[in-house]
Each structure stands twice: as C-alpha cells, then as structure tokens.
Design a protein around this ligand. Sequence first.
Ligand code: HH2
Length: 263
Amino acid sequence: MLGVVNVTPDSFSDGGVNVRPEDAETAARRMLDDGAVVVDVGGESTRPGAAPVSLDEELRRVVPVLERLHGLPVSIDTTKAEVARRAASLGAVLVNDVTALRGDPALASVIAEHELDLCLMHMQGEPRTMQAAPSYDDVVADVTAFLEERLAHAVEQGIPEERICLDPGIGFGKTAEQNLTLVRELGRIVALGRPVLVGLSRKSSVARALGDRNARVASDAASVGAAVAAFHRGASLFRVHDVRAHVEALTAAAAIERGTAPA
Ligand code: HH2
C-alpha cells in the first residue's frame, strides 16, 4: 500500500491539504501507522489540465517534507532527475515516474546509481491535454505493449528488473470505460511478470461507475471497492488516500482468498 502525500495546491482530490510541511509529515506518519508500506510524496499535480511545475518550485515543495520523513519509507512522485536525486539523498527508496522514463533523460541513471525501486506508469499524451481525445486500437493490448517496452528500456538503462513495478495509469489519457476495462483485464499486465500497481483512489472513472457521468472525485468507499476488484485480478500494490480503509478491506479480501485468518 502506498499512501498519497500530495504537497501541491491543486491535486484533484486533496490539493492544498498538505502544503505546510508539518501537515504533510503528520499525514504521512498516520498513513504509515495505518499500514502503508511507503508514502508517495509528490510536488506536481498530474490531474487532467494541470500545468507543469518548475524544478525550483517542486524542490521547494517536497524537500522540507522529505527532510521531516528522513528514515521512513518514502517514494518520490516525480518526473525530474534532480528531484529524484535530492529525494534519494534524503532516503527515498522508490521513484514513481508517470512518464515511464520518457520525460527527463537523466532520470534512469539517478535511479540506477542510487539503487532505487521504480514504478513505470502508462500515460497517453501529457496531463495538460491527455483527456481531450484518448484513442487506442485496443486499450488493453496497447497499454500492455507499452509497459513491456518501457520495462525493457529501463532494464537496458541499468535498472534491475526486480526493482520495477508496472502501472496501467488509471485516468491518464483514458476514458472512464477504458479505465474500467484495464482493471477488468489487469491479468494481461500481471502476465508481464512484474508487480502491478494501481491508482484508483478517488479517480473520476470510479466515481462515474456509480452513475453520475459528471462526477470528478470518487468516495473512499467506491475507491476501496475498485481496489478489491483490482486485487482479485492480480494487483499487488495500491496507491491510495485512505490507507486504513484500504488495508482493512484488502486484508479481509486476502484472508478469503487464502481461506484463513492471519495467525
Ligand atoms: N495517479 C496520480 C498521481 N500519480 N502515480 C501512479 N504510479 N499511478 C497513479 O494512478 C497516479 C500516480 C493522480 O492522483 P493524485 O496524486 O491524487 O492527484 P494529482 O496528480 O492531482 O496530485
């Protein structure tokens, strides 16, 4: 479980909540207490329509939070090599790159050099325009082929395969229906042989599954339901806002899969 700590004024569901470093720290510590294995700190919103953030501004947002969380398991949600480098020096263990190493050409070598884990996520287009006209021949085949190619690229760049997880990028250049199809067919991505991460938490396609075509932010209850469905299709990592609810639901779902309660 990855707990989301957005240090941004404009994230789609929690923008502005954690802009003070002390608030971000409190939120992160609570998520870890609630069972998150990592907290994913990000200083740039990737919601549809979001404008890019400069390097200086992103560092200004995340460095004070990373300093406060030093020694705890932290992931850095960034596309920039310099942010990843600073995060690694402050103890980050994972880079969550929504461009899947297509953004900053220097990022792969920072990850390899610091022996960081990496999440490769699919996105069609870029956040400012990605929801304008998503288009695929076959969304599941296209996303799977993309992740397979990006995985090979990352390995070529010296990042060991064992350190890499894959993410279909729910909401990144996809219609609500395409997002739901990707989760239903998640087994195709799982078959690539790497752990699969999903970020369904509070996403609009989950909200729209409840019948409101204009809904923008899903409830935590709907998000948990979607995560459990993804779990049953092989997802093993979940990027979520309400950590406790997801941990409890997924622990119960896993116990039913096994047929035994934890000892
Ligand atoms: N979703 C968001 C951001 N980063 N990273 C991965 N790997 N997968 C995701 O699905 C994903 C992600 C968007 O959610 P959030 O961080 O809540 O909002 P914002 O991008 O507006 O900060």
